[in-house]
Design a protein around this ligand. Structure first.
Ligand SMILES: [Zn+2]
Length: 142
């Protein structure tokens, strides 16, 4: 196991915590709010907090750009949640409602939804459009 320390934003209060990589699997608690840093659930982000969380998290980030009116987006939501649980401590899965947060969606030039974007320290490294099953979302995150 690595002795590296990772920066991970708290799923609840967004505070950036320093977590030894080896302890990511042990449900670290947040230094500010005392809740679990990692929930194993997708984190909803938007124009106000996207950069603060995504830019400071050392884990790979997978963003699901979606909207409530989009049937395929809603159909993929359970698979995305399942992938988030499987990837707990290894990747951060984020949902952005592109209707409510047009600035973030616009910056990534999202033309169709659902679109998945993988980020490494805030930089886009991969993207896939269209709904995916959980196994493919997990594969996409790596
Ligand atoms: Zn917290």
């Amino acid at each position: 196991m690595s002795t590296q320390t990772l920066h991970v934003a708290c799923a609840h209060c967004r505070a950036v915590n320093r977590v030894p990589a080896a302890r990511l699997g042990e449900d670290p608690t947040c230094g500010r709010c005392g809740q679990a840093v990692l929930t194993g659930e997708p984190v909803e982000l938007g124009d106000a907090d996207f950069d603060a969380v995504v830019g400071t998290t050392d884990l790979p980030v997978v963003v699901d750009f979606w909207a409530p009116w989009c049937g395929p987006c809603r159909a993929m939501a359970p698979a995305f949640a399942q992938a988030a649980a499987q990837l707990k401590g290894r990747a951060l899965l984020v949902k952005v409602n592109s209707d409510d947060h047009p600035r973030t969606a616009g910056r990534f030039a999202i033309r169709s939804i659902p679109t998945l974007v993988r980020l490494d320290h805030g930089q886009e490294v991969a993207r896939r459009s269209g709904a995916l099953p959980a196994a493919q979302i997990v594969a996409f995150a790596r």
